[in-house]
Design a protein around this ligand. Structure first.
Ligand code: MLC
Ligand code: AMP
Length: 523
């Protein structure tokens, strides 16, 4: 069991040659392992100089950069709690997170400093720094005056390391509290299960093309690279051409399904460009079987699909190679990566499928997925009742995902009991968008549902009923939403309708709406 700060464990895994390459960016900057260690010490010392109570929240909404990664490491070192925020969030969203988390430090882009600092100061935050993606900002100016040596603050496995806001299964955004122990145990399991190669074994090189404000880019990708001493080829923004250009020097790639479909759209993706690669990993949203198969044909590689969530980090994975240490339910080594499934529960993760009333279902039957393990979060920030609702009395976390486990043990996700749209790997909560639309003048009611989309997998469509006699304009609704919420949450179509289908209880039948509008974007 971890008895120290997560940073200490990551640091212990840095290669012996601290002057070797840790990160190379798309703008040509290079960082050695020593650079990461020294820079994060300086920022940690800056945080220490603020004399904050232990486990203060450090809320961060900045563009992706290696300095943002350094800030994450520094927050761990200083014993505080990292709170990353999607760069697309607008003022109303940021105001809620700051009000709820009460961060002691807020770091934002220089461009957003005006409005973010106003919100932060109003909420009582004393320290607002800026950080741009070109190695500038007041955070770095202030850190430059501090020592590049720092002893990480002792933390236990149960101490908080990060809070990730997610709507979980219902309602308003809740802060999922992840501990040093959650993050380290999951990183160690993935290092082993995905067969990461140490520097002595030739090393791995990861193409890091995901945003770093979610589990996938921040924890799965970064921790895997750091805990293995692997170099990262770092892209501040996903660009298929930039990924293709780096494939010959890389061995591992991680992406949401949209990244795979966009790469497939480039003729430069083929067996030759992928010949140095050893592993392509997909997750955060369902990978279509067509994408899985086309990828196999084009590149000769079988994508490894895994499943996780903010509250639990990684839960299941298809196997890396047949390995006698990991047996399937039939007692044979887990071997095949099976498209359409998310593989097996990771070592140490308990997974069960239950019926509507929590009763166990027969093998192979569909039901709610519940999980247990050292990776499962500590609860929702300052919401003990919500936390209690999402756990069973015997300690299993209700994921809100619906699926089944076959006789061999492969887990398949078939749907979600939570009303959630996953668009390009980002979560969109229909209730939040409906709330904004319902407030608009002339709107009587609305429903937002997810429909298939070739690029984003799934996107929202809004169905709106106008009040009698009111002149409501669908384009105007979308334009108004754009001024209020993050752009990825905006429905990609809005239709005015006369009525919404309801069941006998009066509840809108979203399954019918999804079915009616399923061809809006695909043939
Ligand atoms: C961008 N847009 C999106 C969108 N991303 N709309 C819906 N869904 C999305 N995901 C909007 C833009 O605002 C823009 O609108 C229009 O779509 C076209 O933008 P784009 O230039 O094509 O988008 P791009 O910037 O290229 O971003 C697409 C993307 C990005 C796929 C690269 O969405 C992305 O990085 N997704 C990864 C998300 C991720 O990391 N998820 C992990 C969650 S962790 P307009 O109107 O402005 O033109 C998790 C747990 C787990 O789920 O298991 O891993
Ligand atoms: P988040 O709250 O952003 O962490 O999103 C987690 C949700 O993403 C999960 O509860 C699943 O619904 C979904 N998810 C993650 N990985 C997969 C996958 N491989 N297949 C299907 N759904 C996935």
């Amino acid at each position: 069991m971890l008895s120290t700060n997560l940073y200490v464990a990551l640091r212990a895994a840095f290669p012996a040659d601290l002057d070797s390459l840790a990160v190379e960016t798309d703008s040509g900057l290079t960082y050695t392992w020593r650079d990461l260690d020294r820079a994060s010490a300086m920022v940690a010392n800056l945080l220490a100089s603020l004399e904050l109570p232990p486990a203060s929240r450090v809320a961060v909404q900045v563009e992706k950069s290696v300095e943002a990664l350094v800030l994450y490491l520094a927050t761990l070192r200083a014993g505080h709690v990292f709170l990353p925020l999607n760069t697309a969030y607008q003022a109303a969203e940021i105001e809620y997170f700051i009000g709820n988390a009460e961060p002691a430090v807020v770091v934002c882009t220089p461009t957003n400093f005006g409005w973010v600092s106003k919100l932060a100061f109003k909420a009582g935050t004393q320290n607002v720094f800026t950080l741009a993606d070109d190695v500038t900002g007041t955070l770095l100016d202030r850190a430059a005056t501090h020592s590049d040596v720092q002893t990480p603050v002792p933390r236990t496995a149960d101490d908080l390391a990060a809070i990730l806001y997610t709507s979980g299964t219902t309602g308003r955004s809740k802060g999922a509290m992840l501990t040093h122990g959650n993050l380290l145990s999951n990183a160690m399991v993935l290092k082993d299960y995905w067969g990461w190669r140490s520097v002595e074994q030739g090393g791995d090189v990861l193409i890091h093309a995901l945003p770093i404000f979610h589990v996938h880019g921040l924890f799965v990708a970064i921790h895997a690279a750091l805990i293995n001493g692997s170099t990262m080829l770092w892209l501040n923004k996903f660009d298929p051409k930039a990924v293709l250009a780096r494939l010959p020097r890389a061995t591992v790639f991680m992406g949401v399904p949209t990244l795979y479909t966009r790469l497939l759209a480039d003729p430069g993706l083929n067996r030759v460009s992928c010949q140095n690669m050893r592993l392509f990993i997909s997750g955060s949203a369902p990978l279509l079987i067509e994408t899985f198969k086309t990828w196999q044909q084009r590149t000769g590689h079988t994508i490894l699909e895994r499943y996780g969530m903010s509250e639990t980090i990684m839960l299941t994975s298809n196997p890396f190679v047949p390995d006698a240490r990991y047996l399937d339910l039939a007692g044979a080594p887990q071997s095949e990566r099976r498209g359409g499934t998310v593989g097996f529960p990771l070592p140490g993760v308990g997974l069960r499928v239950v019926g509507d009333h929590g009763e166990p279902v027969e093998a192979g039957a569909i039901g709610g997925i519940q999980v247990k393990g050292p990776n499962v979060f500590k609860g929702y920030w300052r919401m003990p009742e919500k936390t209690a609702e999402e756990f069973t009395s015997d300690g299993w976390f209700k994921t809100g995902d619906v699926g089944h486990v076959d006789a061999q043990g492969y887990v398949t996700i078939v749907g979600r009991s939570k009303d959630l749209i996953i668009s390009g790997g980002y979560n969109v909560y229909p209730a939040e968008i409906e709330g904004y639309i319902n407030e608009m003048p002339g709107v009587a009611e609305s429903a937002v549902v997810g429909v298939p989309h070739a690029d984003f997998g799934e996107v929202g469509v809004a169905l709106v009923i106008a009040k009698p006699g009111a002149a409501v304009d669908a384009a105007g609704i979308l334009a108004s939403l754009k001024t209020t919420v993050a752009n990825f949450k905006i429905p990609k179509a809005c239709l005015l309708v006369d009525e919404l289908p309801r069941n006998t209880m009066g509840k809108v039948q979203k399954n019918l709406l999804r079915d009616q509008h399923k061809s809006t974007f695909v043939g």
